[in-house]
Design a protein around this ligand. Sequence first.
Ligand code: BV8
Ligand code: ZN
Length: 298
Amino acid sequence: MAPPKNYNSIPAFHAKLQSARRILAVCGAGLSAASGLPTFRGPGGLWRNHQATDLATPEAFEDDPGLVWLFYAYRRHMALNVKPNPGHHALAALAEKVPGFLCLSQNVDGLHPRAGHPPEQLRLLHGSLFDIKCNACGWIQKDNYDDPFCPALAAAAEDVNPGETLPLLDPSKELADIPRQEIPPCPQCDRGLQRPGVVWFGEPLDEDMLNEVDSWIDEGEVDIVLVIGTSSQVYPAAGYAEQARGRETSVVTINLDAEDEVRRLRSNDFAFAGDAAVLLPKLLEPIIGTPVTDGTYA
Ligand code: BV8
Ligand code: ZN
């Protein structure tokens, strides 16, 4: 099927944006790529010969909590050493200007909150690297930025000179085994271990949050759904764009390879191929204006 006439016309999108009252965004790892964080399906999807998705499971943690913690301690260290990019700031500014904007993110890197995104208009579907929870009881600690998280994970927080590779990342270098005893136990129950506060594959997302998102979508017609830097492979996140689609809804794909999907566009849809950190400030300008020097918005 031929794509809609103006599917990549920014002026046409601006016209739709200026009449929009309810906007939903679904964000993925591509939004944080410009900050310097690897995506899952890109070259960064492999960590020491382990598929990132294989380490993001309760089974992997049960099997070797030290290895899984090294993986997450490394990602905490990386996320703490990068900054939100103009894409994060543009979405935060849109939330300030449009009360009917809700941003759903699959990213656990903490960059949306660090960009000042209003928490009431942000849902972190898969949790956060900086929350800690018990793998046995409901204990949870929010906003833990210890780097490394505990002494046993020091290898994940080493600073290397530019161009040098963190020894931890070199699969040919043997990893010192981290015994379970060196992972902090849960302070509340005498059974559990502390684990990253993220949602692993095979684990349910927060029920209350899912119900909230469903009722927000059912409250009325959603004018625009921004699908930003995601391969839309992981559920339930990948299902929200079509769930929110109404008769006049524009689903807008913002992705490096957005051109690959244009044959599947519906009449009101748009597709903008490129870096989300470059495209979002341009696409949202009629509402958020132009950024001040450091990429934030007045
Ligand atoms: C659950 C946290 C139920 C941890 C993550 C229906 C059908 C099929 C399967 C399922 C289904 N329902 C459930 C499943 C199973 C599973 C699933 O979806 N499997 C997939 C793989 C088929 N879902 C689950 O297990 C979920 N739980 O269903 O529970 C349940 C109910 C009751 C009781 C028990 C269970 C839990 C899913 C959450 C898993 N946790 N993250 C961590 O981060 O370590 S998922 C993780 O991977 C991310 O959060 C994200 O969701 C996903 C990666 O995807 P993306 O973010 O899109 O990244 P990707 O690299 O793939 O793509 C990047 C894109 O950006 C690319 O398109 C690229 O072109 C683009 N890009 C790159 N650079 C740029 C760019 N775009 C713009 N600018 C750039 N610069
Ligand atoms: Zn516990």
